[in-house]
Design a protein around this ligand. Sequence first.
Ligand code: C2E
Ligand code: CA
Ligand code: CA
Length: 546
Amino acid sequence: MFASLRVRLAAIAGGLCAAGALAAPLAELAVRSNGISSYPAAAELPIGVGLGLAALAGAAVWVLAGHLLRPVAELSQAARRLEAGEAARVTVETKDELGRLAEGFNRMAETLAERERRISRLALRDAQTGLPNRLALERRLDQLQGSGAEGVTAAVVSVDRLARLRSVIGDELVGALVKDLTERIAARAPTAMIGRLSPEGLGVIFQDQGPDVMRRAGAVLEAALAAPLSIGGTTLPVSATIGLAQGPQGGGALRPILARAAIAADQARARRQKLAVFDARAYGDPAANLGLMGEMLRSIERGELVIYHQPKVDMRGGGVAGVEALARWRHPKRGLLSPDMFIPLAEETGHIRPLTDCVLRQAIEHQAAMRLAGHDVDVSVNISGRLLSDADFAEAALKLAAGAEGKLRFEVTETAVIDEPERALRHIERFVAAGVGVSIDDYGAGLSSLAYLKQIRAEELKIDQALVLGLTERGRDALLVRSTIDLGHSLGLKVTAEGVETPEAFAALAGMGCDFAQGFLIERPMPLGDVLRFLEEDRGWTRKRG
Ligand code: C2E
Ligand code: CA
Ligand code: CA
């Protein structure tokens, strides 16, 4: 469109130059002879006359050049500005053809500008909900940066397991859910900008002058998420995770804080927390994280991959009912790395297989060491969903398990089984037949499916810590925990509560009839030496509780 405009302007300029030397009527004639005007005059002129006029016109260009070329040059410059996306308006001084051309140009420029405004409005909105989108949030951050604003915090509120939810309730209702969430946040933070950052996540930009901006932003969002989410009056078992990141002190780029807040939400989820502030140290360098994967196989050979154990106690008897083996990487340069740093990557790269073999082997060795010290302890190992349907792995695991001196358990998450149900279920049957117990891990973290629970020959149901952590504060969680315990029992399963951090939670769970408790209140995951000491003092835990 711009190109054709330029051609037209060039043609007009050419025409006007040719007509430059003539008086007004002659100029008009010459202009017409260039075919710009709608008059049929040019075609009617004999060729010789036309050429003569053009020659005359060409010879006298300079006479009226200043008079005619200036507005034409102005038009041409304006066209270039328009093409570059800048505001372009020319002054209309005359009522002649040039004036009308200028007017036409201005009208066209205004139409274009209006269309562009409309397109950018659309480009800044999420098509489904009409909320500002990522681009709009980024622009807002740019504006705040430009005005030197202080106290800017970005938050990401990410609905947990949204893909699963969408497959159950459909995209439209997910949109309604996101809107509901937005309204709640807006009611508590009217000056914050809220946008849809991704299908599952809202981005919120707070700007606040006072101290503790991050803490207050977090509190606002937690309050908005406190009541269960609902669509059209139907309450849904949906939870969300919050990530926060603050703008750099004393100025600097603000755009990156949005991505950091999203990473913080991932970090929170990986640590099974509801909220996390971006931790640059834990995130490390993304390139280095990828590098970690290159190092993983060698690190396993070098013995850098170790396991810690977290005990689980019998809530009635008080004794240690077992331990859960949790992977740790003793990295020579980066220190002790938590599984969130490498398990998800190992799952992606396929390293999860050698990693799990290594964990299982150590778990069996440690169990033997505990037995040697006089403690017969069940040991649980986490098995990723990807491996559960891997026939080679099942074979190797069964071989290793045959050498165990005590009871082994495999912890599997419900999502893992649902992904490849038939094969995974077949392998589970084989584990059970070989005497390996199966525990359903992280129950209640997402949309839990009763139908699938009935299919698995599990012995134990582990209630996700996200539910247990909110037990004593949120009535809803207490209700869910109680009904999960009852459900587990009615299916003949033992129930373990994870994330037991306080005596109050312990007491509440005991009152609900929960069988086992695991959590920081009892002990954090620890290396074998500490576990052996803990087992010696096991009676100490029983005393501590009593
Ligand atoms: P998980 O299986 O749910 O393990 C429990 C996690 O909760 C552990 O985190 C543990 O340290 C933490 N935790 C225990 N008690 C409490 C508490 O009272 N409060 C809170 N806030 N947290 C508590 P960890 O060791 O960082 O492991 C994280 C996850 O990494 C595990 O979650 C598990 O899914 C995965 N993982 C660990 N080791 C392995 C492994 O060998 N293989 C596979 N596939 N996954 C593993
Ligand atoms: Ca587990
Ligand atoms: Ca768990």
